[in-house]
Each structure stands twice: as C-alpha cells, then as structure tokens.
Design a protein around this ligand. Structure first.
Ligand code: OAD
Length: 250
C-alpha cells in the first residue's frame, strides 16, 4: 500500500501526536472486535453482559463471560500495530495514547501512560464501596468473589453502557485532542461516544487527522486521510516511511 507523502510531511513536522485506538488494533492479536460481522455484539447482548442492570440480574452469566474473555486476553500477544504505536512515544516531542481497549496489549507492547477510557478487563472492584479487589476470582462451586471490606459484589473494572468514563482520563484525552497537531484514529468504528468525538475535536483545533481501518466508519468523512488497511500493516509502514523521510532531511 502507498502512504501519501503529505501524511509523512505532516507527521515529520508534528510536535504533539495523539493516537486513539479501538478493538480493531487487537484484531490481529486474535481478539474479537465488537461491531464487525463476526464481532462480540453480533453474538452477545450488550444489555445483558455490559451494563449494571445486566450484572445485577445475572451476575453468574456476566462473570463467566468476562472470565472467558480474560482467558483469551491472557493468551494473546501484541501485534505489529501495538508495537508501532509503542515506538511512536519515542519519536515525537509529545505523544498521547488514548485507548478504548480493555485488554492492556498496548502496555504489553511497551506503551506508557496509556489513557484507558473504558477501564480494563484485568482488574476488579467492589460494586458497593468501589475498593479494588485483589483476591482470587475463581472460587469453588461457582461462588462469586465478595469484597473483603464490605462484603459487596465484585465486578470487572471495565466501563459498562450507561456509566461515566473516568473523569480525569477523559479530561486528559480531550486536552490532548485539543492540543495535538497530528491525530491517528485506529481500529475504531467511531460509534461510541465520547471517544468518537476526539478525532473531530482534534480536527476542529487544526490537527491533521488520519484514520487507519480496513473499512469505512461513521467518522471517515471527517478525516484528512483514510488508510484502508489493517493497523498491523499500515502503522509499521508509516513509521518506516517517516524514518526514511527524517533521515533524508537530517
Ligand atoms: P468496534 O467493534 O465498534 O469497531 C472495530 C473497528 O475495527 C471496525 O471499524 C473495524 O473495521 C476495525 N478493524 C477490524 N480489523 C482491523 C484491523 N486489523 N486493523 C484496524 N482496524 C480494524 O470497536 P470499538 O470502536 O473499539 O466498549 O468499539 C468501541 C466500544 O464499543 C468498545 O470500547 C466497547 C464497545 O462496546 C466497552 O466495552 C465499554
């Protein structure tokens, strides 16, 4: 695939690069996305599995689904897309990584200070007192874990439908989107707000905005450039071209 020259020029002159990622970045690591034809929401009901009401009406079902997803995540490894994003933090004066993903593969690839908009699937906390839960989650006879402070029910530390995003994280993501001069939106359908608004905010504040996604999305029309390719292919290629350009200039 061809990377437009203008994209490399803009990237080379950027002082602050921001990246927003979604489930598509982890697709090449074998983790299913949500809204693709074979995605999780084609098979499962988000109201049952990813909402507080769903959890309260059937905690066993919700726990077994998250434990299954955790097993898949535990067996998966970062792919070239994650590694290219991790490398970016060393290439620019300022760099911000914002993710909707809960799988922590960015951190496994070496990314630091990742803004996790939707929490993570690794940790748990108490529904009642909100304290982190660090005990064993797989108990005999299918029992569910209970909070050691207040006895409340324990839930995965992901953000569910109808819940607020962590305020500090969202603010940091919005500030980066306001201030950056180059913004990548990678592997997200742009269907879920407020994340989907971040590339639009960046564009409004003058950033050059690039989408990396094999498919068109609901925000494609607002982009300066759309690269129709898997992120594990497009991102390493962009970095290669960027480094060649930078070496020629120096
Ligand atoms: P979606 O499943 O909505 O979108 C995934 C996007 O990844 C699609 O646009 C695909 O075309 C694209 N894609 C697939 N394979 C790709 C690849 N190899 N490289 C690049 N892109 C690829 O996932 P998200 O946009 O992340 O929320 O969904 C947003 C939120 O909705 C998720 O964080 C989750 C979900 O409900 C929570 O869990 C709170």
């Amino acid at each position: 695939m061809e990377i437009p020259h203008i994209l490399i020029e803009k990237l080379a002159s950027a002082k602050h690069v921001a990246v927003l990622t979604g489930a598509g970045v982890s697709a090449e690591s074998g983790i299913k996305t949500f809204r693709d034809p074979d995605g999780l929401w084609a098979q499962f009901n988000p109201a049952e599995l990813a909402s507080m009401d769903g959890f309260m009406s059937n905690p066993d079902l919700v726990w077994s689904w998250y434990q299954h997803r955790r097993e898949i995540v535990a067996e998966s490894k970062p792919n070239p897309g994650h590694y290219a994003i991790a490398e970016m933090q060393n290439l620019f004066e300022k760099f911000t990584l914002i993710t909707q993903n809960v799988d922590r593969l960015h951190q496994s690839a070496g990314s630091k200070q990742v803004l996790e908009l939707h929490g993570n699937i690794i940790e748990n906390h108490c529904v009642r007192c909100k304290k982190d839960f660090v005990g064993e989650t797989t108990l005999p006879d299918g029992q569910l874990p209970k909070c050691s402070y207040c006895g409340g029910m324990i839930r995965p530390s992901v953000v569910w439908f109808g819940e607020m995003l962590p305020a500090d994280t969202l603010l940091a993501a919005e500030n980066a989107s306001n201030q950056c001069d180059f913004f990548f939106t990678v592997g997200t359908s742009g269907e879920v707000y407020p994340a989907a608004n971040l590339p639009i905010v960046a564009k409004r504040h003058g950033a050059y905005v690039v989408e990396v996604n094999p498919n068109r999305t609901s925000i494609s029309h607002s982009m300066d450039c759309c690269l129709s390719a898997p992120s594990g292919v497009a991102l390493p290629l962009i970095l290669n071209e960027f480094k060649k350009y930078r070496n020629q200039k120096s």
